[in-house]
Design a protein around this ligand. Sequence first.
Ligand code: GAL
Length: 978
Amino acid sequence: MTNYWESFAPGEGRRPPRADAVTDARTISLNGVWAFRLSPTAHGTGDAFIADDFDPAGWDAMPVPSHWVLEEFTPLAGGEARSMRGTGEGPLYTNTAYPIPIDPPFVPHENPTGDYRLEFDVPADFGDAVLRFQGVDSCAKVWLNGTELGWSMGSRLPFEFDAPVRPGRNVLAVRVHRFSSGTYLEDQDMWWLPGIFRDVELIERPRVAIDDHFVHADYDHVTGTGTLRVDASTPSEVSIPELGIRIAAGESWSGSVDPWSAESPRLYRGTLASEGETISLAVGFRRVSIDDGVFRVNGRPVKLRGVNRHEHHSDHGRTLSLDDMRRDIELMKRANVDAVRTAHYPPHPDFLRLCDEYGLWVLLENDLETHGFIYEGWENNPPALPEWREAIMDRMRRTLERDKNHPSIVIWSMANESMTGDGFAEMRAWIDERDGSRPVIYERDPSYRDSDFYSVMYPSLEVLEQIGRREEPGSRKVGMHGMEFDSSSSEPDPFDERRRGLPFLLIEYAHAMGNGPGSLSDYWEIMAKHDRICGGFVWEWIDHGFRGPEGGYLHGADIDYEPNGGRFNLDGLVFSDRTPSPAIHELAKAYAPIGIRVTPEEIEVSNTRHSRGTDDLSFRWSWTSGARVVASGSFELAVDAGSSAALPAPAHPEGEDLVLTVEAVLASDELWARAGHEVAWGQYVAPPAAPEPLGTTPPAREAADPGASRGSRIRLGDAVFEDGRLVRLGGIDITGPVLDLHRAPTENDHGQGGNNNLARMWEQVGQNRLIDRISSVDIDGDALVVRGRAGAATRNHAAEWEMRWRGTGGSLELTTTVDFVGPWGDTPYQHHDVWIPRIGLLFSLGSADSATWFGRGPEETYADSRMGSRVGVWTRSVDDMQTPYEVPQENGNHVDTRWLEIGGLRVSGDFDFTARRWTSHDLERAAHRRELTDSGRVWLNIDYAQMGIGSASVGPALPEKYRVPREHTSWTVRLSAP
Ligand code: GAL
């Protein structure tokens, strides 16, 4: 006999899927504390617990909704709590691999199973009822008052049973299995988190209940006419007072309306009422279409400024509160995000209600991913096999039926990364039949036969450009990320022509793991240019770290378990606790729907929104000289979507470090931000004044042995050098510099699956352990000239450097020249050329609490992630300049710096800087943030350049324009101790 949890069938005894609805039917929430007992196998505690009179004494208390692997277990009778978090019994992260043998539909004998039991009261006059589970991971069997109601799989999808409750005391018993055949369909890149993790409700079914309803609200942009028809399973009346609508369900209404869009989420509220039940309606009129290969809403092309969102809370996993959902949406809207892909399953239904209300375009994804079959060469992939067909169709039906009434949902996605199979054609045919109003996407089938969009993940800028021009190579190889094209194939691609006609949607790009992603503005520039490209979704919104026992946040590799997905679940734009990471500023700039170009002559404002003008915005400007505002003002400017307007710039004042900044801010409060919130900005930065001529005093040796080229002390103005290194400047305790050619590898520097692994290359060529030799210290006229060579143990390639010092009093000028000698180009690492992450100077300061600088800031910036930070004068404490990436790595850089004051030192020129209380080596060695400790000095990098950040942890290699050329380099900075 087949065990139900190992059945190909998705469930038994359930009611047909239907629309999620806000109803006036009496509803009893069954959320709260349940009795719980965990067993090692699917047989659980046996059958005794379903009995009415079972006594759960000795069981634990478990909150519902929750994931049992994240909760503290407290015995119901009291006593010590225990937790599984951080153990192999707890949350597991395997990324693409299944945590169980591939043996479908079977799962291991060891199958942690939670028996849940709740006693609850039902009022005497409560009629027939429906019992609803909004989400149980991964398979649940349910008994009410000793009678089995049925069972279900499909973790992120609701299921309902008719519930013959009795007046007074009722007993609900639920058995939940960590693994089931459903596990094979749920191999998304996220923690495995079993439990009843969404709400459980008992809903009264009145005599004439509305079992299902379907809102069809169309908008004709040519005539401005909205059409409404609400289908209902029961005779009912549709009422929308604002539009004077009072019609029967099934009848059509048309009239003049304002359309719904993510920018102007106009909802018309009303009701659908049968004799026994009233459902709230939130109707948004809009039409989604693809015309001439372009994705449109209400006739206008849409560019989705999107993010991929998983549900995550650092304590509660995928159990989110309404506040958490609202917080996500507010943060997204404030960062100019206007679209969400619900990666990789339908979210809690409240999230979609908020999307309707706040305005976000939603790509709603089915709860289906079979990624782990890749390790079997995709043999027996469920979507390709008839025995899985019902389970797959069940998921698609439950997804669409639950969420069909949301105006925010503009695209259905059938799955993520599940290769190919006839299951897709069948899902597709059913979607078309049930809801012809939304297009459908599936990224991973290279034929795109069932998809209305062409899509790949993580293409390079060049490939995206080709795609935008509809000139991509004919066929593609599907690898881990489906981004490679098969150049070896000369076979004509039979799907080529159809695919080229499709709009392109970048379903995932810009991997926000650790420090990054880079190139957000570059990607957006390409997307903006081509009609074919209808936008993209950054991977991903939030880091999935869990608050750990010793502080910090746990990632996969913190748990001793194989297979292990390591740190790949820390790849969000916001940290695990929803604190924005610096990438959010970069994203807000790239996604700004208003372009502001500022020159000394004019201000040009372009509106790249979907349909909204600039009526909700005010503009303000300021001329600053350093930190001082010298003139400011404001203006109103009406610019229609798709057009631009210019006005003369305010008069150019006199002064140093002049910047003209123009901002577009919200004119009044919106649901998601207050009046004054900045939506877009632009700047003109006046070129620096020529540096004052530098006086010089010839250097003087202090040592007794004037002939020696080493081991001596030299004075240059107020500076003291020993062995060619600065050891004091005026009153400042400063040492250095050392030529610095390394950085603590970022997550992106580790590449993916052996590709683009710069960190390993640096290790193999000794880039992270360069050893310096000072070859000469000479006085050459008014200059002190120090020469040396930095090379790695065991290698003969090196950087030869010269540092030429001049100056007087407390002011010095340092010109550094670097030449790369020896075999840098032929390394043991895949015969790769060595990429230099940085060319710079490392100093150490006796003390410094804060820094003030003129340049980009105040957030960290890199060559390829700098557009989101303005130029100005910024002050930050040294501690606040460290970005708290969970896995220590290079961070806190500031590009385009004109001057910097730190610890009494002033540096000027054009440079990058970082300042930290530990060295790059400490950063590189530490596995967790807590391992970073104050070294007692401040390590200051003043760099000629640092390589960009990129997205190579999943995406393409860093674009060439953001690498640091390994060539003869010379640059000058000034240091002074005022
Ligand atoms: C994609 C996948 C995502 C995530 C990402 C890398 O292939 O769809 O779920 O794994 O790569 O972080």
